[in-house]
Design a binder for this molecule. Sequence first.
Ligand code: NCD
Length: 308
Amino acid sequence: MNFKSRNIVSIWDFTKDEVEFILDSAEEMVPIARGEETNTALSGKILATLFYEPSTRTRFSFESAMKRLGGSTVGFADPSGTSFKKGETLADTIKMVDAYSDVIVLRHPQEGSARLAAEFSSKPVINAGDGAGQHPTQTLLDLFTIRQAKGKIEGNKIVFVGDLKYGRTVHSLAYALSMFGPELNFVAPETLQMPKEVVEHVTACDTKVCSGNKLEDFINDADVVYVTRIQKERFPDEAEYQKVAHIYQIKNTLLQNVKDDLIIMHPLPRVDEIAPEVDKTPHARYFEQAFNGIPVRMALLKLVLGVS
Ligand code: NCD
């Protein structure tokens, strides 16, 4: 399996075997991610982080992953302090950063931006979210979290709830899960349902899919509930957002009849879709999930940089 110099733009860039290999490699990174072991495999390497949209977990965990492996980082968390303000195109910025770093992580509001960046870069480009498109490294840490909790990805009944239209994490996760053949339930208001192309793709892969708009109808049979924030920033109209703003709010009362080993995941940040009281239940997995971003991104950085 060869990952050296590869771009990670979409989850389709990987086969199922490659996904499993990455998850196995991430497993080995856990003690280093926790700071229990030291490792300088990426010493002398530079990661560039270009974030044209807000981020906490994704940017910090990429930086932490790079630094835990002895590498260093350059980049920005807000493009307003860069030549973007003077009108520089993404293509030109990428051509520059290409010469200043060994690997580039890009988050950008436009779908397709990471693919474009990869065309202008000789260094691997990792998509950290392109508009409502995909977020493949989040998907890998989500799969890692499911496998860690359940022992395997296959055979689980997974409920996605929230903004399935604009949420990029659920798009790439649904595509990835279709390689593993679980049952997927899509719970969203009519206007925020999973895009047709995602549903068509996963059903063509023999994934059993069921859609609805009431979480109550699905939660008691679920093995995993993957909750997402309504993506306010992607709504063309504030009034449309207000109609669906607080539609799902998971509280302990909703969890009375769920399976004992149900896990609740969320890519975070949350607004009000999971009440803080749920954090103390054995179902809550979102903080472990966020930590898993570090070992998964460590494994990816080592692989694309060709360092064993
Ligand atoms: C997600 C994103 O940016 O798509 N956050 C993340 O990377 N953990 C989810 C979100 O913003 O709702």
